[in-house]
Design a binder for this molecule. Sequence first.
Ligand code: AMP
Ligand code: GLY
Length: 422
Amino acid sequence: MNILILGSGGREHTFAYKLAQSEQCDSLFVAPGNAGTAQIATNVAIGVTDFEAIKALVIKEQITMVVVGPEDPLVQGVYDFFKADESLKNVAVIGPSKEGAELEGSKERAKEFMIAHDIPTAAYEAFTAETLEKGQAFLETLNPPYVLKADGLAAGKGVLIIEDLNEAKEELASMLGGKFGDASTTVVIEEFLDGIELSVFVLTDGKNYKVLPTAKDYKRIGEGDKGLNTGGMGAISPVPFADDTFMKKIEDRIVKPTVNGLTKENIDYKGFIFIGLIKVGDDPKVIEYNVRMGDPETEVVLPRIQSDLVSLFKAVDNQTLDQQEFKLDPRSAATVMLVSGGYPEAYDKGKVITGLEKIEGSIAFHAGTTEKDGAVVTNGGRVIAITSFHEDYREAIKKSYQNIEKLHFDRMNYRTDIGFDL
Ligand code: AMP
Ligand code: GLY
């Protein structure tokens, strides 16, 4: 079959890498892709939310499966666009419907869903400009730090954690006054949860599910988890402290009620659920849902799946995921992200990347790269993720760092402490 992946990051290169391994994959397309996907698939210069252009490509290339990487097309309803179109409705779209994508598109909706289905999460209330004063009074009833979240998508910047009460009150007013545009028309204020974070990934057909490997990502730019938030500077899978007892709690208290909730609410959901968790004491609590895979978590989760990914996706499409066997590589995986100097603030593009051919025993998943005059050059803040495997996650991390020594581009930056807190 012919398959299209939407997106251009390390996550999408990893999807391409896994899908290309399947005998069932005849032609693989990535829109828009990067220099890494260009080596194993055909890149097509189409934006991920240009649904009409995607439609034309799908028809022209007889594509029968579309795997959606990022959240934007999902929240904008790419699944529904396909299902409502006579010529596209039989195409398998791996990703939830617009209604399902609201679990990521609206923090308030996600909280309502968790409360309705008894899924453990932080206590919260939601406010708008009309209820600003109530919101400020609510802050007075909480203990610091205060957690303020823009309801809508704010490119990963919409969550603020503030120590000082007056500052939190001012920030609430500023958010409701349009600090994040429409994304902060509603603001969710929630109880601060103190604990260590991890993520659990689930593949579901809307009725059945498979729990994929856990992962932990490192979001801050600086060593020791200091400095500005990024898309993610590295990741490890599985998470060493997520033992069987803890995983059973996650499955029973969170995964099952989430999938059952989707079924009960008749929400079309054929795709990934990325559950952000905090381990508070010995108990998992949900901090957020994402309706896609994480990046760079994908770079450590997907390569550990040994089952054929096309078969799994076909089963997602026809709701027979329960009949699929699911095999995992028991080894740990670690990835370290190389980023452009300056990222996550302003950075330059177009720097030549050298040494990729010298990598041994690790995989280079491209993120922000492109080809120019026969060379691979930087084209984004996050540039390349180096993934390695080993029985011991510390050795996997070491292998990634050894290969990174061979790579170079002007102002290349990375964290040297991935896994430091495990
Ligand atoms: P989110 O965009 O919801 O993932 O939030 C971004 C980050 O804020 C999370 O990765 C957590 O580190 C932190 N965070 C969000 N909600 C809470 C909470 N209720 N308590 C503590 N930290 C939180
Ligand atoms: N690495 C976090 C995310 O993909 O949202």
